[in-house]
Each structure stands twice: as structure tokens, then as C-alpha cells.
Unconditional design. Structure first.
Length: 311
């Protein structure tokens, strides 16, 4: 009998282990949210809309403000808290007696603050990769629907149609919540707006590291090199100075070594972020984080050595 129990346990154990290793299964919302980035049917709308946003007559300073370069991270996630907070509070008040006026004010605050939030979101969206653009378009459609429903809700409340206003408000809250969920997927799953250069300090050890013969890098041109897992941009100047930055742009991982160099700065070929070669400071968006830079020296044997610059 004991041998039967042992053999039964032996047969069941691999199945149990497989269940533990495989986990509880894929989260139910992961598949449809991931599928948004593969919806090529959205591309005919994405292309013209992105071009229109990029062609808006805005100065580079204004675009940097919208991107949040002055803040050090995207401004859009901070601004969306204003309409979402107002609308959620209005929804709660709509369930309570004697709160018509307060709910009406909050709906109006949400409508007004949604406009700058949408402007910052559009500026960021137009500088993303294609799968992110598709997801972002659906996010924008959902939040636009929320804004439309809440605008109609406010109009109904002002005309004294409280019941209709509340129903439209709950519809708007549903659309806003859906848009927020998709926006979270865009930010965290697809890493839109995240600093792509953040891992560099953890991948480069302390001290000086040999990169290669300095004569192997052309004068006046940008070249790429490798330091373990980290790609480097190496720019050897006519003066003899050698500037080295992490090669993958902090905005969306564009190869800076393929960008243009002018006035001591390099511009990313993908989305136009501009970094100072001397220290990696982001002097122009859409990047909101600086580029990791390296101190340089040339040894007696002519080998270029680099050390990660402390922020």
C-alpha cells in the first residue's frame, strides 16, 4: 500500500510542480491590452494625426514645457490627476443627497483641467514608437469620450436636468477609467515616458574601464563602442578631447551615435532629443532625463578609458 501511495505521489508531483511553475495563468486583461499595440488597422489614423501634432506651430521651449523636461519626468501623468480626481469626487457626490452644486462644480473643474492634460499627452504621444502610438490612440479616444460625456453632463446639470447629468457623468467616469487603465498599460507595460537610460549606472561597475585604442575612433565623428552590456557613443573632437555618453537615448532608446553633432550637442535621430556631449544634460526634449555621461582619459598605451560620471 505504501508503494502505491509513493508511486501515486510520484505521478502527481510533476503535475503539481508544473502548476506552480506556470502560475495561475495569464491575467485576463493582459491579452486584450497587449493586442492594442498590434492593431495595424489603427495605422491609417495614427500617421496623419501624429503628423498634425508634430506640425503644430509651437516653439521648442513650449514643447519642452509640455513634455515636462523642466520637471524631470513627463508632465502628463501629473496633470491627469486633476480631472480624474474631480470626476471621481463628483461621481461619489452624485450618490449622496444635497450635493448637486458641489458635484456640478467638480464636473466643471474636471472638464477644464482635462484640456491641458490632453495637450501634454498629445505632445508625448507624437514621439513614440508605432505599437505605443496605437495603444496611445485608443487611450486618447477613451479619454476624449470621457471629456465629451462630462461636457454634456455639465450642460445638462446647468439646464436643471440633474438625472440626465448624473447618468452622463457615470458614463464619462466609465470611459475615463477605461482610458486610465489603457494609459497605465502604455506607461508601465510599454514603458512610454520611462527613462530608458536608468539601468546604465547599475550595469557599469565603479572605476576606470578600457574601451579601445583612441586612434580607432575617427576625429570629428561619432562612433559606437561597447562596455559590457552598455553601448557607448564616443565622439573624438579635433581639440583632442573625447566625449563619451551612453549610446541609447533616455527617451526611447534611439542610437545617439547615428545622430547629428552640432554646438557641442548630439541630437537623437529618432525623436530629436538633444544632449550636451560634455555631461549628457538634456538641453532639448522630448527626453526628460539626462544621458549618462563618462569621464575619459587616455593611458600611456593609447587606450581610451572611461569612468561613469557621478550625477
Amino acid at each position: 500500500m505504501s508503494s502505491d501511495v509513493f508511486s501515486k505521489g510520484t505521478r502527481q508531483r510533476p503535475r503539481l510542480l508544473r502548476a506552480i511553475e506556470n502560475g495561475p495563468g495569464r491575467p485576463p486583461l493582459a491579452a486584450p491590452l497587449d493586442a492594442l499595440g498590434r492593431l495595424r488597422v489603427l495605422d491609417p489614423a495614427v500617421g496623419p494625426l501624429r503628423a498634425a501634432v508634430r506640425k503644430l506651430p509651437l516653439s521648442s521651449r513650449t514643447r519642452d514645457v509640455l513634455h515636462g523636461r523642466w520637471l524631470g519626468h513627463p508632465l502628463h501623468p501629473a496633470l491627469v490627476q486633476l480631472p480624474m480626481g474631480a470626476w471621481m469626487s463628483a461621481g461619489l457626490l452624485d450618490l449622496l443627497p444635497g450635493t448637486r452644486r458641489a458635484a456640478r462644480v467638480l464636473v466643471g473643474v474636471g472638464v477644464l483641467t482635462a484640456l491641458p492634460a490632453a495637450a501634454t499627452g498629445a505632445a508625448d504621444w507624437a514621439r513614440l514608437h508605432q505599437p505605443q502610438l496605437r495603444t496611445g490612440l485608443v487611450h486618447g479616444l477613451a479619454t476624449s469620450a470621457a471629456l465629451g460625456l462630462y461636457t454634456a453632463s455639465l450642460a445638462a446639470r446647468l439646464r436643471g436636468r440633474e438625472c440626465k447629468g448624473r447618468l452622463l457623468g457615470f458614463g464619462g467616469l466609465t470611459a475615463a477609467g477605461t482610458g486610465a487603465m489603457i494609459g497605465g498599460h502604455l506607461a508601465y507595460r510599454q514603458a512610454a515616458g520611462a527613462n530608458k537610460a536608468e539601468p546604465v549606472p547599475y550595469l557599469v561597475g565603479p572605476g576606470w574601464h578600457r574601451v579601445g585604442k583612441v586612434d580607432a575612433f575617427p576625429v570629428g565623428q561619432s562612433a559606437s563602442a561597447s562596455l559590457g552590456e552598455v553601448e557607448l557613443l564616443v565622439h573624438r573632437e579635433h581639440s583632442g578631447a573625447v566625449r563619451v555618453l551612453a549610446n541609447r537615448c533616455s527617451h526611447e532608446s534611439g542610437p545617439l551615435s547615428e545622430g547629428t553633432v552640432a554646438d557641442g550637442c548630439v541630437t537623437c535621430p529618432w525623436h530629436g532629443s538633444t544632449f550636451r556631449l560634455s555631461d549628457g544634460w538634456n538641453v532639448g526634449g522630448p527626453a526628460t532625463a539626462p544621458q549618462p555621461g563618462f569621464e575619459t582619459r587616455v593611458g600611456d598605451d593609447g587606450v581610451l578609458e572611461v569612468r561613469l560620471r557621478q550625477p
